[in-house]
Design a protein around this ligand. Structure first.
Ligand code: GUN
Length: 283
């Protein structure tokens, strides 16, 4: 058996097109385009690539991109002052501070300062709390993209067994909350989990977000399961996921490739969240 490939790249292109198609309606009503501010501190090469990509796709969707590049030695107070300025700017609907931040800056303090109404990353505790309690708020982009791919393939997820491997605030925890909301039976596994293979073996849905190359083995996976690989690891110059792709393809029903699976969904969901923020902030 060979699993189906889940084409996140194509799905993301469709989502971006749907968002772009709605921008003119907002613009006509508000007399301005939706605006996304992205803040990058320092010169981390991977972050610089993401930020460039975010700016390009924001403009392609017809939105305004405000990019703020600050030197690596920017003080925390200066960064917080910029966040406050963006919070107060009516042209800015969404604010994203690219992570990781340099070590001398307290990441939590910065995320706390972003207005929850402009928090298109969904990292503010107010939005994390809204997600956990089923209230409307902003949902982190990567798990939101994973949920969309799962629902596109499986339809109603209720009653399915899901294993989320990884418990980060950015992916694992919000992913588990989204799957719980979708009425899955959710197991959150992590580095201390005993006998991970036995948990994976029961799962109809596997979301791997551990940051370890080729970690999840095909022979752990239940035949026919849907496998979402959030990992982006560089091995000998090549990008690979957290799932051992070749062995997973022999057992699973469907697998997201790396690259071209979950990755493109993140920015597409960011644009979607920005449009939602614009409507809420203008309305
Ligand atoms: N760094 C890696 N992924 C992300 C993301 O989704 N948002 C932000 N702000 N930083 C990141």
């Amino acid at each position: 058996m060979t699993a189906e490939l889940i084409d996140g790249k194509a799905f993301a292109a469709g989502l971006r097109a749907r968002v772009a198609a709605q921008v003119p309606t907002f613009q006509a009503a508000a007399s301005r385009a939706p605006g996304l501010a992205v803040v990058l501190v320092g010169e981390d090469p991977a972050s610089a690539v993401y930020v460039r990509s975010k700016g390009k796709q924001t403009r392609e969707a017809g939105m305004e991109s405000f990019e703020h590049r600050l030197p690596a030695d920017t003080g925390q107070d200066d960064l917080l002052a910029l966040v406050e300025q963006l919070n107060a700017d009516p042209a800015v609907d969404g604010i994203l501070v690219q992570l990781p931040l340099p070590r001398h800056i307290d990441e939590q303090e910065v995320l706390l300062r972003i207005s929850p109404d402009k928090d298109v990353d969904g990292f503010h505790p107010v939005n994390a709390g809204r997600l956990a309690t089923g209230m409307e708020g902003f949902v982190p982009c990567t798990p939101l993209g994973c949920l969309m791919l799962l629902q596109d393939r499986l339809g109603d997820l209720s009653g399915l067994d899901a294993v989320v491997i990884g418990r980060s605030n950015i992916v694992g925890k919000p992913m588990a909350a989204l799957l719980t909301q979708a009425s899955c039976t959710v197991t959150v596994a992590h580095s201390r989990t005993r006998d991970l293979a036995s948990h994976v073996a029961r799962a109809d849905i596997v979301v791997a977000a551990v940051g370890r190359a080729n970690f999840v083995q095909g022979d752990w996976i239940k035949p026919g399961a849907t496998v979402i690989d959030v990992g982006i690891n560089r091995v000998e110059g090549k990008l690979v996921g957290d799932v051992d792709f070749a062995s997973a393809m022999r057992v699973a029903g469907a697998v997201t490739p790396v690259p071209g699976g979950v990755g493109p969904m993140t920015i597409a969901c960011l644009l979607r969240n920005t449009l939602v923020a614009a409507h809420r902030n203008a309305g």
